[in-house]
Design a protein. Sequence first.
Length: 398
Amino acid sequence: MLYSREILKKIEKVLFRDEFIILSGARQTGKTSILLILKNLLEEKEYTCHYFNLENPEHLKFFNDHPFNLLEVIPPKKTKQYIFIDEIQYLDDPSNFLKLLYDEKRAEIKIIVSGSSSFYIDKKFKDSLAGRKFLFEIYPLNFEEFLVFKKEEKLLEEKNKKLTIYYQEKLAKLWKEYLTFGGYPKVALAENDEMRKILLEEIGTSYIKKDIADAGIRNSEKYFSLLKLLAGQTGQLVNSQELATTLGVAHKTIEEYLYVMKKSYQIAFIAPFHKNMRKELVKMPKAYFYDLGLRNFFLDDYYFLENRADKGAYLENIVFREFLKETKDASKIKFWRTQNQKEVDFVIGKKAYEIKFNLAKQKDKKYVIFKEQYPDIAFSFLCENDLLEKFYGFEKLK
C-alpha cells in the first residue's frame, strides 16, 4: 500500500486490535480520506466494512436512539466487521455509544471513527474510555507528505545525497510553496496560487464558522478578529486580559475563544518551561498556528519568507510545525522566558533552540543565564537555511 500519510502506518499497527480508533483534528485535514483508505485496505483483504457519515440526519437519529441500532443495518457475519463512522461528535453521547458497543460487541465489530476536533470530543466524551481506544491526531501535511501529494516522491529519494542543480531548484520551489500556502490537502493539490488562496479563504471562513457554530459562540466577528490579532502576534506572549481590552469583550469571553481555537486545532498554545526558576518565569503561553497557509490568510500576506516584514515570527511558526511533526504533541514543546525578558524560543526535552533568520549578528552571550541554569540542556541556534537538513535530511540549499 502506498502511504500518502505517515499516520496510516501507525494506525495500521492497531487496526486488528479490539480497541476502537478515534481520528481527531481540524476540519479539512484529511480525516475522511484516511477513513476511506483504511476501509479500502481492509476490503482488499476481504474484510467486511461499512461506512456511515453522521452529517446524514437519518444515520444520526438512528444511532442516537440506541447504539445497538447499528447492528440492525449491518448483516450478521461470523467474522468481525469493521465500522467506519465519520463526524462522531454529532452524536448526543458519543462516549456511551462507543463504550457500550465496545463492552458488549467488540468480538463482532471494530469501530473506527473521526471527530472534527477534540473540542467536541472533550465536551461530549463524559467517559475517558481508558483502555478502550486509540486516539490519533490528524494535522495538515508535513513537507514529506506534501511532496507525495505533489507526486514528487523522487525528491524524497534524494535525501542524504548531494543534490544536482535540477533537484535543488525543484526542492526550493516546492519548499517555498509549502511554507507559503501550508499543508491542507486540498490546497496542496491545487494547480495554481490563485486557487490555493481561494481554498484557504474557504477553510479560514466557512469551516471555522462551523467550529464557531458548533461551539455555541454567537459573535463570530469578534472571534475572527481575535484570530487575526493572534496571526499578527505569532510567537509572542498571549495576554488574554490585553486581548479582551483591545477587542472590547469580557476576559471570560476571550478565554472561551482561545479554548475553542486550541481544541479546534486552529492555534496551539505552548506553555513556558520551568524547572528551577519558577518564580522568575512568565506564566502566559505563546501562540502558533497549526498551518502556515491559514496564518497567511488571516494576515493577507503571501510573500515568501525572505521578503516578509514578520520573517522572524514566521520562521518561529515554521519551526514550531516541524517540532510538532517530531513530537506529535504540542504540549511537549515549551519556551523559556524570565520576567526581565531573557528568552529561549523552544525547549524540547533535553534540547533548547533559538530561532534566527540570519546568524550573522547573533550574540551568544544573551543566552548565558539559560546555559548556566540548565547545563544539562543542549542549546543551539536554528536558522532558515538549516531546516530542510535538520527536519528532512536534505542537503542545505545554496
